[in-house]
Ligand binder design. Structure first.
Ligand code: PMP
Length: 407
């Protein structure tokens, strides 16, 4: 028999397939709302001006070389990244309790965090290795967990009846889970729903997690991109750290710095003591060594420059606001078109209440399919749209099409 006869053909990745179909469509008014990356008002990728500036500085540095970074990454990058998410005045950082390592963007941080838990976490008595994921979640969470031998199970999160948070059922699952269970939480701008807990709800979640001695696996892929404010978007993470929840944070710079392809990220494990953090970091180093030896340099150098220079840091914050505010403006305009101009049946308040890149519209699979097939509007069939794909040129067309499929 031929050597690879038993290898089955894997299905294509749904999002990449959608992008492919969009690209092949010759219809002039086609709209891509599957895209998971920021687009400007002309539907073009946006290089942040601060990134352009930092690139010029970096490439004109005569001392720049292409040597390997340390296994755990560029120290000026990982330390600034920790301050960014935990706060510059974080006691955990001051006490040396944070083990930070550079990763292959947020995906790599999720993988390394999961791998570390799989090897070293003290799993609850009588359970297999398992992690609670929100229902729904970023689809890659499932494969990342399975890939390191952790069984993904889900907790209720989204309630289709209210197009909001299934808060009661969410809390009930936290309460019922065996003490010491691992919960994966989206730090802000939940993907794919755009539905985040309020601060009061976060506080309740935090208290219950503490009471049940659970472990929190924060996935932070959109800090700053959600509200336009880096600190506001890190509120939940900082609150959990302050209250002493044992946790780790997976951090991505893909969205908030527009560095998608550069793969810039970090994993931060907040430990109870400095001595524990040293041991944890030593093991993260061993795991990293066998997988990537050392992380890529360019993007980390860019972000280290931007985060460690007061003027560049301020400029970055302005660029982040530019992106977040355009997204928020699109939410308001879509809401206005549907409710005021078109008088589309139904309640559309969730469009403005949701946050971040994505919005769950609440439309059915059939209606989503109709948008793709009849209107050349590309979206995932769960009714999720990327607000970044809307702009002043196509939003009216999209609102008209949406109005037509729901009537
Ligand atoms: N987590 C979530 C929830 C995401 O939405 C994403 C990006 N789609 C990531 C992690 C990781 O993205 P990246 O590897 O590009 O940083």
């Amino acid at each position: 028999a031929e050597t690879w006869e038993s290898v089955p053909l894997a299905p294509p990745d749904a999002i990449y397939k959608l992008t492919g179909a969009y690209k092949e469509d010759a219809y002039p008014q086609k709209v891509n709302l599957g895209v998971g990356a920021y687009r400007d008002d002309n539907n073009k990728p946006w290089i942040l001006p601060v990134v352009k500036k930092a690139t010029d500085i970096l490439l004109n540095d005569p001392a720049l070389d292409h040597e390997y970074l340390p296994i755990t990454g560029l120290p000026e990058f990982t330390s600034a990244a920790a301050r960014l998410v935990l706060g510059a005045d974080s006691p955990a950082i001051a006490e040396g309790r944070v083990a930070s390592v550079q990763t292959i963007s947020g995906t790599g941080a999720n993988h390394l965090g999961a791998l570390f838990l799989s090897r070293f976490y003290h799993w609850p008595e009588g359970t297999e290795k398992q992690a609670y994921l929100s229902d729904p979640t970023w689809i890659n969470h499932f494969q990342i967990m399975r890939g390191v031998g952790i069984t993904p199970i889900t907790y209720p999160y989204y309630d289709p009846a209210t197009i909001g948070l299934a808060f009661g059922a969410y809390l009930a699952t936290i309460r019922a889970a065996p003490p010491g269970s691992v919960f994966v939480l989206h730090a802000c701008a939940h993907n794919p729903t755009g539905v985040d807990p309020t601060r009061a709800q976060w506080t309740q979640i935090c208290e219950l997690v503490l009471e049940r001695k659970h472990y929190v696996f924060f996935d932070s892929a959109y800090q700053g991109f959600a509200s336009g404010d880096l600190d506001a978007d890190a509120w939940a993470v900082r609150e959990f750290v302050k209250r002493g929840v044992p946790l780790l944070i997976c951090q991505s710079f893909a969205k908030n710095a527009g560095l998608y392809g550069e793969r810039v990220g970090a994993l931060h494990v907040v430990a109870p003591t400095q001595e524990t953090a040293v041991r944890i970091k030593s093991q993260l180093s061993v795991l990293t060594r066998s997988e990537i030896s050392s992380p890529p340099a360019h993007g980390a150098r860019l972000m280290a420059l931007i985060m460690n220079d007061a003027a560049l840091f301020e400029e970055w914050k302005r660029d982040i606001k530019t992106m977040a505010q355009r997204i928020i403006a699109m939410r308001k305009e879509l809401h206005r078109l549907l409710t005021e101009e078109l008088k589309t049946p139904g309640n559309w308040d969730h469009i403005v209440n949701q946050i971040g890149m994505f919005s769950f519209t609440g439309i059915s699979q059939e209606q989503s399919q109709a948008l793709i097939e009849q209107a050349h509007v590309y979206l995932t069939t769960n009714g999720r749209i990327s607000m970044a794909g809307l702009n002043s040129h196509n939003i009216r067309y999209f609102a008209d099409c949406l109005d037509r499929v729901v009537r």
